[in-house]
Design a protein around this ligand. Structure first.
Ligand SMILES: C[C@@]1(CC(=O)O)c2cc3[nH]c(cc4nc(cc5[nH]c(cc(n2)[C@H]1CCC(=O)O)[C@@](C)(CC(=O)O)[C@@H]5CCC(=O)O)C(CC(=O)O)=C4CCC(=O)O)c(CCC(=O)O)c3CC(=O)O
Ligand SMILES: NC(=O)C1=CN([C@@H]2O[C@H](COP(=O)(O)OP(=O)(O)OC[C@H]3O[C@@H](n4cnc5c(N)ncnc54)[C@H](O)[C@@H]3O)[C@@H](O)[C@H]2O)C=CC1
Length: 156
């Protein structure tokens, strides 16, 4: 079951696998929270990843779907975000990370991971994270705007 835990990401080693639109969205999010981010991908599809600061990038690296290779890649990380468009690869990365007690967020699944991103609404005082436990993340949008109204109201 999905327990909402707030984690301090400051200087934590985060590995993002993939360099597409979803990788970009997730990289920006964890950078905002002070993570020490490494990106590994066989192709940077989203060029704006190259413009982000405080990022290590290993481009032209294709990850083979092989347990030993995945283990070597992920072993020193606190959190791994698997954001390739290869669902089977993401799933195997998730299995390896989970078996090694590494936090894993799998972008191409609703459930096969041990850490999910929530929708976030915040002001200077509160931070509210929204989850549908993987059931319907797109519904978070509507909930976020309602919660934003509440935050705006109590800020006054
Ligand atoms: C399980 C989870 C794992 C994870 O990613 O952590 C997951 C999985 C998947 N999302 C997919 C698609 C989209 N997700 C979004 C948006 C958000 N997704 C987020 C979280 C989560 N998404 C986790 C569950 C959280 C929960 O249950 O509440 C939010 C909360 C936070 C964030 O992304 O940081 C953010 C909310 C809005 C916001 O905060 O802005 C949009 C855009 C939109 O809605 O506007 C699209 C459509 C893009 C398009 O259509 O192009 C697909 C592909 C499905 C498909 O192909 O159809 C999968 C995989 C699957 O479903 O199998
Ligand atoms: N969780 C979420 O919020 C969302 C998830 N998705 C899902 O996330 C996945 C990724 O989506 P996009 O970023 O749009 O895909 P994309 O095709 O833009 O990017 C995929 C990236 O993965 C890299 N890659 C693929 N195989 C690789 C390998 N073996 N080794 C190294 N790098 C590899 C590619 O080079 C590319 O940079 C898809 O499965 C999509 O359905 C899509 C939208 C939102």
């Amino acid at each position: 079951m999905w327990f909402p835990l707030f984690i301090n990401l400051e200087n934590k080693k985060v590995l993002v696998i993939g360099g597409g639109k979803v990788a970009l969205k997730k990289i920006k999010k964890v950078l905002e929270y002070g993570a020490d981010v490494t990106v590994v991908t066989d192709n940077i599809k989203e060029q704006s990843i190259l413009e982000l600061k405080n990022l290590k990038i290993e481009d032209n690296k294709k990850i083979e779907n092989n347990k030993d290779e995945i283990e070597k890649l992920v072993k020193d990380f606190f959190l791994v975000i698997s954001a390739t468009d290869d669902e089977q690869l993401n799933e195997n990365i998730a299995q390896v990370c989970d078996s090694k007690e590494i936090l894993i967020n799998n972008a191409s699944s609703k459930t096969k991971m041990n850490a999910m991103f929530g929708g976030i609404v915040k002001n200077s005082e509160f931070q509210i994270a929204i989850s549908t436990s993987g059931k319907n993340c797109k519904r978070s949008r509507a909930m976020k705007s309602e919660i934003q109204k509440v935050l705006d109201k109590i800020e006054k």
